[in-house]
Ligand binder design. Structure first.
Ligand code: SAH
Length: 220
């Protein structure tokens, strides 16, 4: 059984990481406060304990990664999450991004296509602290029609195109933050849904994500 400890050293490293994020241009204090409250090292293999607060992505399992803290902060800031909003996340991965949204008071619905990663969510260390996260095994391209519409949608994998069903499942005025392929990298886009079902688009910086794949992988 793994022992989870959040020491003064971890807390100190975390504060420093928040200063790094501020220096890189993150200004939303609600995002920084949420990230400062969450022990990121709990979401990584215990062997990575010492380096968990470096501003970089790390491998989790099934060839996937926990996003770089800067990327998490950037996407969360663009999403403009407010307490009690319904947020759909595509790509549960390590559950770190979902936890940041939950810490900010959102009702989080998160989908993972890798069965082994989904199965790990049953042992999530913050299951009761973040009882506002619901986990789903499925294909993110389909979204969650049963729980729609959502105030916000966040995609944490590189999308080859904007999935039409996810636009459908947004409320009017709702926003989607999505990294869309553009050559080697992805361009971060924020889409806002209009009353007629169309959307307007704002473009931000380039990032590098693992691919958003279709279908489920493993199990049924
Ligand atoms: N949000 C995660 C980042 C994980 S990396 C975190 O905070 O750790 C992206 C994740 O998206 C991977 O776990 C990958 O398996 C998943 N993914 C890729 N395509 C998907 C799809 N179509 N539906 C659901 N999850 C998908």
């Amino acid at each position: 059984m793994r022992k989870y400890e959040d020491t003064y050293r971890h807390k100190g490293l975390r504060k420093k990481l928040m200063d790094t994020l501020r220096a890189k241009g993150i200004t939303d204090e609600a995002v920084l406060e949420a990230m400062n409250n969450i022990p990121r090292h709990f979401f990584l293999d215990s062997a990575l304990d010492e380096i968990a607060y470096e501003d970089r992505a790390f491998p989790i399992s099934e060839g996937q990664t926990i996003s770089q803290p800067y990327t998490v902060a950037y996407q969360t800031q663009l999403l403009q999450v407010r307490p009690n909003e319904k947020v759909l996340e595509i790509g549960t991965g390590s559950i770190y991004q979902a936890s940041v949204l939950a810490e900010m008071g959102a009702k989080v619905f998160t989908i993972e296509r890798q069965k082994k990663l989904f199965d790990k969510t049953k042992d999530f260390v913050f299951k009761s602290r973040y009882n506002n996260i619901k986990f789903f095994y499925g294909d993110g391209y389909e979204g969650l029609p049963t729980y729609a519409p959502f105030d916000k949608v966040i995609i944490t994998a590189a999308a080859p195109f904007i999935p039409p069903k996810l636009i459908e499942q947004l409320k009017t005025g709702g926003k989607m933050v999505i990294p869309v392929n553009e050559g080697e990298h992805q361009r971060m886009l924020r889409l806002t849904k209009n009353a007629d079902g169309s959307y307007s688009e704002e473009a931000f910086d380039n990032f590098s994500f693992v691919p958003m794949l279709s279908g489920r992988n493993g199990g049924n």
